[in-house]
Design a protein around this ligand. Structure first.
Ligand code: AMP
Length: 214
């Protein structure tokens, strides 16, 4: 089963992907995570990507696709995938179709998570992530055993360079500008399910489960 999660920044794609991964044994592929890894490797390409991420701008289709393709082939998962953050442009929808068809796979379900900009902004500004186990927290909603440390593995939490007001605005607006044709594409194929981001992650997850079970 291959599931795509489409959602604005900070709508909970990462959190929901983790829940789907745990329950259904799917492999979570986040192009944001893949790009953040390359951005920290000190190479010329890495530095270029780091600058784009910091500004909240999209990385070009070809670069993202190459990074995603090599990760997908490296993982060689037979259980299916959750695509988190890809496709983000209409061009990337056909890139993904071609890549999956080479593996004799296809997109089975597309979940579009809706959220108000104001709510997403609050989530982004409060978000901190564990660099070690990838757990995601929000300083406004979560409590911590040790301040600024992961409750699960104790690593020091990190803030993303693009979770500030200026970059968030660019990311959210870029997302909205690219969204319509992507939504229409999957709607025309009968694959699209729209769910609302709820305050509690478990509630959003229930709606996603209902959608994929159809
Ligand atoms: P995310 O972790 O999904 O919020 O993505 C963080 C950032 O990575 C985005 O703001 C973009 O700069 C970049 N990015 C992630 N996925 C893509 C994609 N499919 N195409 C272009 N840029 C991307």
């Amino acid at each position: 089963m291959n599931i795509i999660l489409i959602a604005p920044p900070a709508a909970g794609k990462g959190t929901q992907s983790k829940l789907l991964e745990e329950k259904y044994g799917l492999t979570h592929l986040s192009t944001g995570d893949i790009l953040r890894n390359i951005a920290s490797d000190g190479s010329e390409l890495g530095n270029h990507i780091a600058q784009l991420l910091k500004e909240g701008k999209l990385v070009d289709d070809k670069t993202v696709f190459k990074a995603l393709e090599s990760k997908l082939l490296e993982l060689n998962s037979h259980n299916g995938h959750i695509f988190d953050g890809f496709p983000r442009t209409i061009n990337q929808t056909s890139m993904l179709d071609e890549l999956l068809s080479k593996l004799n796979q296809k997109v089975d379900s597309v979940i579009y998570i809706e959220i108000e900009k104001e709510t997403a902004m609050k989530r982004a500004l409060g978000r901190t992530t564990c660099p070690s186990c990838k757990e995601i927290y929000n300083i406004y909603y979560d409590t911590f055993t040790i301040e600024n440390h992961c409750n699960k593995c104790n690593a020091e939490l990190e803030k993303r360079t693009d979770d500030n007001e200026e970059a968030f605005n660019i990311r959210f607006d870029t997302y909205l500008n690219n969204l319509k044709p992507i939504i229409e594409y999957y709607e025309s194929k009968g694959l699209l399910h729209t769910v609302k981001a709820q305050d509690k992650k478990e509630d959003t997850f229930s709606s996603i489960e209902e959608a994929i079970k159809g």
